[in-house]
Design a protein around this ligand. Sequence first.
Ligand SMILES: Nc1ncnc2c1ncn2[C@@H]1O[C@H](COP(=O)(O)OP(=O)(O)OP(=O)(O)O)[C@@H](O)[C@H]1O
Ligand SMILES: [Mg+2]
Length: 257
Amino acid sequence: MPRIIAIANQKGGVGKTTTAINLSSALAHFNRTVLLVDMDPQGNAGRGLGIDITLLKSTVFECLTQACSPKDCIVTTAVKGLDVLPANLRLASLEASLYKTPVEEPFALLGKALGSECDHYDYIVLDCPPSLGLLSINALACADSVLIPVQCEYFAMEALAAILSSISNVQNDLNPKLKIEGFLLTMYDARTQLGTEIASEVRRLFKENTFLVSIPRNQSVSESQAKQMPVTSFRPSSQGSIAYFGLAREVIDHEEK
Ligand SMILES: Nc1ncnc2c1ncn2[C@@H]1O[C@H](COP(=O)(O)OP(=O)(O)OP(=O)(O)O)[C@@H](O)[C@H]1O
Ligand SMILES: [Mg+2]
């Protein structure tokens, strides 16, 4: 059975999609088979892997509304072992479509859509949007664990209270098996006082749950996105790649423990 990891934080721009793309591709480099599912109508997970999402007729939206099945939508990528289930702006109309045609379990749509068809993957990584609405809750409701990127910036700590409260609601109401995979420090710059302060605050509060590796702010990471490829393929020996390979190792180690 695949291990399903949701990458979530309702705060925007903290490195969720960057982490989803590069963790997925780093896991694939370690010979794991991975499906990256884009749960964000912005569609950046697919775009970041070189997919022209605007023209796609079959996306996550059609899977969630049962208009098609994942096998009709999954796209293979240039990274061996990594497939993606892309999204585009149509996903933003999911709530409206459920309003028109209500379903019994609106938070179980993703779990049902992935169903047994995706069982052959080692990992399924879910890139969540910057909100704690229907799409993120669908991801948390079917995940085994949630990885929370924390940008070493102002207001990072305030955002954590909201995501922790949503996680605990989902654990109580929808998915008791949901665990915290870990907090991941992103865009870390050890030269700034704010960066080191936030990093040590997160490590103090969430000791065992904070990944040992932190992701540095690294130009190769942002350049790789302009090239629409993971940094682990674009510049495998950059500081950004080394950090994401380290993150994948820790994720694999968690499972082996
Ligand atoms: N380690 C890094 N080094 C340099 N730039 C980074 C790094 N991580 C992310 N970025 C940049 O920061 C911006 C936000 O990153 P990203 O899109 O991954 O965040 P997000 O949390 O998915 O955003 P959203 O909430 O809009 O979905 C992007 O422009 C990305 O290129
Ligand atoms: Mg994103």
